[in-house]
Design a protein around this ligand. Structure first.
Ligand code: NAP
Length: 324
């Protein structure tokens, strides 16, 4: 028997239940992956609470992991038993081992260890599409990043810095400001205490930023819009403080003919070609040393409820791993 963390209803961290599950043999087109590290992501919270509904119950949560293929079903091309692999955006990763199709799997280079892979696939590929597709950052652009000391934030800020941007990061505490500065931010703003837009104007010589990357959501909506230069881009990619509702599209005109995108990683890795390109670019930038994956904390898989609590209470930094 294997262990899985499942939910039988939406709710707080207490609905996360450790259960014994039979995994079995892979069907045609499937492999069995034994996990060595599982990535924790804020989307796991949205799925636990029902903000992003799951297909039904019981449901094993978790969208990301790394490990080894230990059995291969009929008709699987390109993957073999013994391959080290990782994946993101495939629901059901909170377990020791699982069956899955190979469409989300990526083979890992020898130079990237399993924990690093599990910490970076979802958040790193997100940073990549945000910087190269949502708003293609050019050297010299000033950008604003909310939650700069978080999982996506630390990768996004380092990568943007590497691309030559001036990176302004908003964070919830002085300790997080130091961490954000070590991870690519040229300037930090304590957004619980300071007037974000005023600080951005001061830092950019009154110009405003070319793009605001904001996954805090409701709480920072106006700070992001007010920090943008005319025709700047607001990339709203998450809801850590709650979803933005009743958005008045006229605000985009009022605040300077702004662009708005509400993207998801799923779109940017929706087929094998896009997934391989995105993952390879991430591997390259990590292998070059330009972007370092910072694992801020690890928890035994059985203590996933504590991990969810800490993520929601803003007590984590960088990436968080669950160890099966
Ligand atoms: N659309 C996509 O493709 C995509 C993909 C990956 C992630 N995301 C989004 O990106 C965001 C970051 O994800 P992550 O997994 O890397 O998490 P994270 O940034 O490590 O954690 C969330 C951070 O948000 C900040 N925050 C501000 N207000 C908050 C509140 N009311 N409750 C909780 N946190 C609050 C906290 O940092 P401070 O204390 O510094 O404020 C907290 O540490 C999430 O919104 C996630 O959904 C979107």
């Amino acid at each position: 028997m294997n262990s899985a963390i499942r939910i039988h209803q939406y709710g707080g961290p207490e609905v996360l239940t450790l259960e014994s599950v039979a995994v079995g043999e892979p069907a045609a087109g499937e492999v069995r992956v034994r996990h060595s590290a599982i990535g924790l992501n804020f989307i796991d919270v949205y799925q636990r609470t029902g903000l992003y509904p799951v297909a039904g119950f019981p449901q094993t949560l978790g969208m990301e992991a790394a490990g080894v293929i230990e059995a291969v079903g009929a008709g699987v091309d390109g993957f073999a038993a013994g391959d080290r692999v990782a994946y993101a955006m495939a629901l059901g990763s909170y377990c020791n081992a699982r069956l899955m199709g190979v469409d989300k799997l990526v083979r890992l280079p020898d130079t990237i260890d399993d924990q690093t892979a599990a910490a970076m696939m979802l958040q790193g590929m997100t940073a990549r599409y945000l910087l190269k597709s949502s708003f293609p950052v050019q050297a010299g652009d000033a950008i604003l990043v909310m939650a700069a000391a978080g999982g996506v934030g630390t990768l996004l800020c380092q990568w943007a810095n590497h691309l030559g941007a001036t990176v302004i990061g908003c964070v919830g505490s002085a300790d997080k400001a130091r961490l954000a500065q070590e991870n690519g931010c040229h300037h930090t703003i304590l957004y619980k205490e300071e007037d974000v837009a005023a600080r951005v104007r001061e830092i950019t010589g009154n110009a405003g930023v070319a793009a605001a990357y904001d996954a805090v959501g409701q709480a920072t909506l106006m700070a992001s819009l007010d920090s943008l230069r005319p025709t700047g881009t607001f990339v709203s990619y998450g809801n850590a403080s709650g979803p933005i509702s009743d958005f008045n599209i006229g605000l985009l005109a009022q605040k300077g003919s702004l662009y708005l995108q509400r993207p998801t990683l799923a779109t940017y890795i929706r087929n094998r070609e896009l997934l391989n390109e995105c993952a390879q670019d991430l591997f390259d930038v990590v292998q070059s040393g330009a972007v370092k994956v910072r694992i801020g904390q690890t928890y035994p898989l059985a203590e996933v409820a504590q991990a969810h609590h800490d993520l929601e209470a803003r007590q984590t930094t960088g990436a968080t791993l669950l160890l099966p």
